[in-house]
Design a protein around this ligand. Structure first.
Ligand code: NAD
Ligand code: DAU
Length: 331
């Protein structure tokens, strides 16, 4: 099988390529990535000489390039996006361009060449749940995005469904919760805390820190996409989440401080994110019942593994952290 992966130089895409080529070494992967601040070929250093892997430096907005690559592929797995909520607040335009127009460009190509399109989306399109509530997001939850990022992802989801209904493009969609693990950019919450602690700095907790995310180890997300590509029902959406049981940001911060042997005086409460969603939680019953998927990696165990990974890979994250600090200082 030839798979076109978009955004494969980012966090989840690079983990997916590594996962796929280990599990299906006979398959071919082409990785189309524009190498924005979030794209990094160092994420795939161990793969770059694999003869079944090809990197194409290009933009999903380039219709001619996308058309050529889609024609040569059997399936498209679409990760490419502007993905960071905080950057979408500082500058929404790139999010509209890549997440909506970029997805549209890909959809036109898969429509023409009749290829299976798997769209990687987010639980953030469903908006915010309340603290203390037991409600969870399902495939039937109405859309209610609250940031430019989640609104742009919601727009892309609607386009994907429209191409399925109107043009019978074979699509599948995942709406997944917060991933964590190796190769996550150091400006995201968990890597930012680990690397700040390594640098002797405080860790920045937004607002009161009582925000809840449904943390999923990145390999479990890759496994979920795998099971959908193999046996998912064409036209369907699957929500995907972890088993982190309503742990809030402050509790995650305290776990990391504990694993790193540092006191809680390192916690610094900072100004909150505007429009900050309070709680995410995902009910992944459908993908479990239909495809047999469930998360395998326990949050606390793999959080500890993630701390170990960042400690061992300073050469990987240091330049990214420096660039991110320069970017935010300039705003
Ligand atoms: P990321 O920001 O780490 O990576 C995005 C990749 O897309 C980068 O390599 C970047 O260079 C590339 N890219 C950006 N714009 C592009 C363009 N116009 N053309 C080609 N390539 C472009 O993101 P991630 O965390 O790996 O997320 C991947 C996907 O999963 C995104 O669609 C995101 O919305 C979704 N998602 C992420 C999470 C999470 O917790 N990280 C959770 C649920 C869903
Ligand atoms: O829910 C899935 C989403 O998870 C994905 O769609 C997004 O692409 C991904 O970036 C992520 O979004 P979040 O905004 O939840 O992730 P982030 O790591 O930015 O923040 C996680 C939580 O931690 C959130 O409540 C904000 C908070 N936070 C974040 C940072 C960077 C802090 O308290 N301090 C920080 O320094």
């Amino acid at each position: 099988m030839n798979i076109l992966v978009t955004g494969g130089a980012g966090f989840i895409g690079s983990n997916f390529i590594r996962y796929w080529l280990e599990k299906y070494p006979e398959d071919y992967i082409t990785n189309l990535d524009a190498l924005t601040y979030a794209g990094n070929l160092e994420n795939l250093k161990d793969i770059e000489s694999n003869p079944n892997y090809t990197f194409v430096h290009g933009n999903i907005l380039d219709a001619a390039l996308v058309d050529t690559l889609v024609e040569k592929s059997d399936k498209v797995v679409h990760f490419a996006a502007e993905s960071h909520v905080d950057r979408s607040i500082l500058g929404p335009e790139a999010f509209i361009e890549t997440n909506i127009k970029g997805t549209f460009t890909l959809l036109e190509a898969v429509r023409k060449h009749k290829k299976h399109f798997h769209h990687v989306s987010t639980d953030e399109v469903f908006g915010s749940l309340s603290l203390g509530d037991t409600a969870k997001f399902t495939e039937r939850t109405p859309y209610a995005p609250r940031s430019p990022y989640s609104a742009s992802k919601a727009g892309s989801d609607h386009l994907v469904r429209a191409y399925s209904d109107t043009f019978q493009v074979p699509v599948t969609i995942t709406n997944c919760s917060n991933n964590f693990g190796p190769y996550q950019h150091p400006e995201k919450f968990i890597p930012r805390m680990i690397t700040n602690i390594m640098d002797g700095e405080s860790i920045k907790v937004y607002g009161d820190g009582l925000y809840v995310r449904d943390w999923l180890f990145v390999k479990d997300h890759c496994r979920a996409i795998d099971s959908i590509l193999q046996k998912g029902n064409v036209g369907d959406t699957y929500v995907v989440g972890g088993m982190s049981e309503d742990i809030n940001n402050l509790e995650v911060a305290k776990l990391i401080l504990d694993y790193m042997g540092v006191g809680e005086d390192r916690i610094e409460f900072v100004v909150d994110r505007p429009g900050h969603d309070r709680r995410y939680a995902v009910d992944w019953t459908k993908i479990h019942q239909d495809l047999g998927w469930e998360p395998e990696h326990h949050f606390q165990d793999w959080l500890k593994e993630t701390v170990t990974w960042y400690k061992a890979n300073e050469a990987w994250w240091r330049p990214l952290k420096t660039q991110a600090e320069q970017f935010y200082a300039s705003k």
